[in-house]
Design a protein around this ligand. Structure first.
Ligand code: SF4
Ligand code: SF4
Length: 432
């Protein structure tokens, strides 16, 4: 039987070097810095004062609006100050500095047994659950779609190279992922929940097929990038096409991430708010690449110092938060771990060399591989001429910034940078 997939896309090397490294607890530093902006939407508002004692799991910032989420301390200790630090996407935001007393005294939410739809929705909101594949959209908003939905898809594609934390959740925590999926189905009122996994993870598919129950079905997908993009995974699983500029709910679907499902199960059945997550640290710039349970607020510099080992610092040419296709290159190591931190990559010149772009040779490869059927070459040309109106007319706002075009471009044109610039200009003019 043909494997389910979408049209076009690319095949970057998988580089899943940490696939067989079990999750282990990452050490915790003397101080953590809890970001008030760990999600899309309004930043959280601090609700603690300097000098307050806080518990692990205690709410330290409340949601700043409907599209927002509360944030929680990841250790027990004392609030020292509020400080501005860069996030992994380069924004300067407030962080609550907490001095760790290493006692790890917990303050969790009450456990729920057999919760109603309303209780699940309230818990997802109160526990600060957001999309953990990197998008960080507040999950309680996603669970309240305007259109009727009949299908939940759990995105287990993990199609970005290097990242293996969702894979480890499947292998080590299959039961929690299935239970979280069932809770999300109940919150949405749908009968069908699909957990979609690329076929380069046969062990995960087998374990999840054994664990699946209660309307949850495992769907093996063809291994191809960007299989985990929302519109592409909806098409692969259901053959439904989300219209340009539209939302998944318009075709009756909600897509959530594997880790999100896991965290929903923890929040409901164990009362654990979202303040820690599984994260892959990989690349040849660190000796101890692996999969780790990291608490929120750990500086990237601490992660590097802990895992670098004997590898000389000059080995690291690029540090990327997220995957190499869609992640964010880091200017320095001040950002800290947050709800969306799926991976941190330390890559040498061998693995990540920057090549100077040359003239476009009109080969059309960028167009032929674009999963959104767009015209990246023409977007870039419009941006070079500062003709953002033309870029908008050509459909630049429909770009999902997957990087497939740049990956196949033989001239190494900076296509995604041009696209991001065009979108920023268009948004700043309020045209979209
Ligand atoms: S134009 Fe956008 S959607 Fe198309 S390949 Fe490039 S980054 Fe991906
Ligand atoms: S792939 Fe690169 S060289 Fe080929 S048409 Fe697109 S931008 Fe030009």
């Amino acid at each position: 039987m043909a494997l389910k997939t979408f049209r076009r896309g690319v095949h970057p090397p998988a580089s899943k070097f940490t696939k067989n490294v079990p999750l282990e607890d990452f050490p915790v530093p003397d101080k953590v810095y809890i970001s008030l902006s760990q999600h899309i939407g309004a930043p959280a508002k601090p609700i603690v004062n300097v000098g307050d004692y806080v518990f692990e799991g205690q709410k330290v910032g409340e949601a700043g609006g409907f599209v927002s989420a509360p944030v929680f301390s990841s250790v027990s200790g004392t609030v020292k100050r509020i400080v501005k630090l860069p996030t992994a996407i380069g924004q300067m935001v407030d962080h609550i500095e907490i001095e760790n007393d290493f006692k790890y005294e917990k303050s969790y939410l009450p456990k729920l047994e057999n919760p109603t739809k309303e209780e699940i929705l309230a818990r997802v909101k109160d526990a600060g659950i957001v999309g953990m594949g990197g998008a960080t959209f507040p999950t309680h908003v996603k669970l309240s779609p305007k259109d009727p939905v009949d299908t939940l898809i759990i995105n287990g594609a993990e199609c970005e190279p290097y990242i293996t934390c969702d894979y480890r959740l499947f292998v080590e925590h299959a039961h929690d992922v299935v239970e979280g999926t069932k809770l999300l189905m109940k919150a949405l009122g749908v009968e069908k929940g699909y957990i979609a996994i690329e076929n380069n993870k046969p062990e995960a598919i087998k374990i999840m097929q054994e664990a699946a129950n209660g309307g949850v079905e495992i769907v093996p997908l063809k291994t191809k990038y960007p299989q985990g993009a929302e519109k592409q995974i909806i098409y692969a699983v259901t053959k439904r096409v989300v219209p340009a500029g539209g939302l998944p709910a318009q075709v009756g679907c909600v897509v959530s991430n594997t880790h999100t499902a896991y965290s929903v199960a923890k929040a409901v059945y164990e009362g654990e708010p979202l303040y820690r997550r599984a994260m892959t640290v990989s690349g040849d710039g660190v000796e101890k690449a692996g999969n780790y349970w990291v608490r929120g607020g750990i500086p990237f510099s601490f992660i590097y110092d802990t895992l670098r080992g004997e590898v000389p610092e000059c080995m690291t040419n690029k540090v990327i938060s997220g995957g190499p296709m869609m992640g964010f290159a880091q200017a320095d190591l001040r950002p800290v771990t947050a709800k969306g931190s799926s991976s941190l990559l330390f890559l040498s010149h061998k693995l990540f060399s920057e090549v100077e772009p040359t003239q476009c040779i009109n080969c059309g490869r960028c167009i032929n591989h674009c999963p959104m059927k767009l015209l990246p070459r023409d977007f870039e040309r419009a941006v070079v001429k500062k003709d953002f109106e033309r870029a908008e007319k050509l459909g630049v706002m429909n770009c999902i910034e997957c990087g497939s075009c740049a990956f196949v471009c033989p001239a190494k044109r900076p296509l995604v940078q041009a696209i991001r610039l065009a979108k920023k200009e268009i948004r700043s003019k309020g045209r979209k």
